[in-house]
Design a protein. Structure first.
Length: 302
């Protein structure tokens, strides 16, 4: 299963309608928790996301609405005795902040949290999920966005499999070995497959337009991106290091994004449809204006 569980969508402060940030990406057997703001642990309860589902904690920067939920989440990992290591990614320049958050209160630490601070742009980790990258953004303090890239693969073609008589367990053997003998002839995996592009996910929070935004969004199947302001407040967006819905949609259009998720809304706005209208003027793909506790599927593989 690959889906985004939206835990909170408000910027700076919580409101009656929106909690502070929080996003959980379920990616097969991995669980990426991005930017847990205040109240994330409670939102996880409402959304049915168990602490044991988290395998990676990814913080973009150390403004409170993106990290004040870290203490509760980390302590919950130990309370639930999560058996697997959890990797924590965050800007290295905020090490003091992360240490304070991690040990904000007394608790019996049983879970294994592996701190992996980010020094610069680049590849953070490689695993069964693919590759996890970080790209520097442009905000009032150091901030990084995240990109998940699945390697390209192969798609089995049922008609070709039938033509060459590859059925049942033989399909698995062919996938593993690359070739097998069927009725006296050799069948190679190339004869019964076609290329399948790997999926891409991008997470872009507080930033002005910059090169890192476009590099993260490039060919994303699912782009989660801040749109704190509407374009009528573009001057404020630029001053405080944020994007407008129109800018976010333009990025999606230029980068070939398949599904665009707008989030991190200023509390000044009470009509979410205005964000959709503004984005639709720039982007002709699927647009989701995120709301708390919604679930958004990653588009199916091409």
């Amino acid at each position: 299963m690959r889906e985004l569980v939206v835990l909170g969508t408000g910027s700076q402060v919580a409101s009656r309608e929106r909690s502070q940030n929080g996003y959980f990406l379920r990616w097969d057997t991995e669980g990426f928790l991005f930017d847990p703001g205040e109240g994330t642990q409670r939102q996880m309860l409402y959304a049915g996301v168990a602490a044991s589902s988290i395998t990676r904690l990814c913080v973009t920067h150390f403004h409170g609405d993106h990290c004040l939920g870290v203490p509760g989440v980390i302590q919950r990992l130990s309370l639930d005795n999560v058996p697997h290591p959890v990797h924590a990614h965050y800007p290295a320049s905020g090490q003091d902040y992360f240490t304070r958050l991690r040990y904000a209160a007394s608790f019996f630490e049983r879970a294994e949290l592996r701190e992996e601070p980010i020094e610069e742009d680049g590849l953070l980790s490689v695993g069964p999920f693919g590759q996890l990258w970080a790209r520097r953004l442009e905000h009032s303090i150091e901030s990084f966005g995240y990109q998940l890239i699945e390697p390209d693969g192969l798609r089995m073609l049922p008609d070709q499999l039938a033509q060459y008589g590859v059925i049942g367990p033989a399909v698995g053997r062919l996938q593993q070995a690359g070739l097998i003998e069927v009725d006296g002839r050799t069948v190679t995996v190339d004869q019964v497959t076609e290329p399948r592009p790997g999926q891409r996910f991008a997470f872009v929070m507080d930033t002005r337009l910059c090169d890192g935004v476009f590099r993260l969004a490039d060919s994303a199947d699912l782009l989660v991106i801040e749109s704190t302001y509407l374009s009528s407040e573009s001057t404020l967006a630029r001053r405080f290091g944020h994007l407008t819905a129109r800018q976010a949609a333009r990025v999606a259009q230029e980068c070939g994004v398949r599904k665009l998720v707008l989030t991190h809304f200023s509390q000044r706005y009470t009509e979410p449809e205005r964000f959709h209208e503004e984005a639709a003027a720039e982007f002709d793909g699927e647009i989701v204006v995120a709301a708390d506790l919604t679930r958004i599927s990653v588009p199916s593989r091409r």
